[in-house]
Structures are given as C-alpha cells and as structure tokens.
Write a protein that binds this ligand. Sequence first.
Ligand code: CA
Length: 173
Amino acid sequence: MYSTEVVRGLSEYNLTGLTSSPTAFVTFDVYKAGGLFSGVNDTPFTGPITIYAYQGNNLEDISDFQAAAVATIGTFNVSPGSTPVGSIFSFDITSVFNQAIANNWNSLGIRLQANSLTASQAWTFQDFRLTSNNQTTGGAVPEPATWAMMLLGFGAIGGTLRRRSVTTRVRYA
Ligand SMILES: [Ca+2]
C-alpha cells in the first residue's frame, strides 16, 4: 500500500533553536531516475510528484509515510528524458516553516509523493537541505541500509494485509 506512494525523497529538519524567518526554502537534487536497488523499484516514473509537509519526530521511520500532511509545498514533473541527474529543485516553504516554529514543533518533515507510482517505479533524490536566515540545516536523508529496512517494513505490511484478506475470504466462502 505505502510502497506505491514512495518516491525516494524524504527528509526531516530539526527545528530546535531556530526562529521564524523572512524566507525558508527546501532544496534537493536528482540522484537517480529509478530506485536505489537493482531489480527493486528501478523503473523511472514519468509524471507529477507532490511535496507535502508533515510534523516530524527527527527520526526516519515508517510513520513518516503515514503522517498526515499539513500543507502542500508544490509539485514538479519528472521524466527520464527531461530530468537529468543533478537537477536541482528548490521550493519556498516560508509559511509552513514559520507555522511550525509558531506551533513549537521540534521537527518539520518533507515528503515527496507520486500517487500514481506502480510498485516497480521510483525516483531517487538526495542532498535535502532547509535554508532559513542564512543557515542551512542538512536533512536526515536515509542511507541505503535504512531504505532496505524500510522496504522490509513495507513487505511486512503487505503480508499482514494479504493474510487478513485471505482469512476473510475463507470465512465467507
Ligand atoms: Ca520521522
């Protein structure tokens, strides 16, 4: 279920000690057209990717994909022929950033999502950073090992759902 909305792009920013800012931007680069693992999510997706903001917890965990979005930051399009590796995307998050500060959040999450992705499609982004008040905060971008664990997590969720639906079918047969 959640694997279909995963683009390899997720970051959370520790807001501790930061104050409201006249400008704030989130920026990231294209790392790869496709996923991180050969044979798994390695087909490039073509279409729009939406950037959502959510309340983070300064940890990379599976709840990052389930957390309710509090705002839509923007949308951009990707296609293998027209989105070269190294392309830089940057979006104004000033209002969302300042709202998070006003709400005393200690973490702001940014999630890239393409709802029409199939299980074999992905894009990989890297070097997420939040820039505000001339200070740059590096995003906690998952390392490949972390992603492997998360993919196992997705598999476990799928397995649970499948088992549940099989049980239901038997009961009503
Ligand atoms: Ca998190």
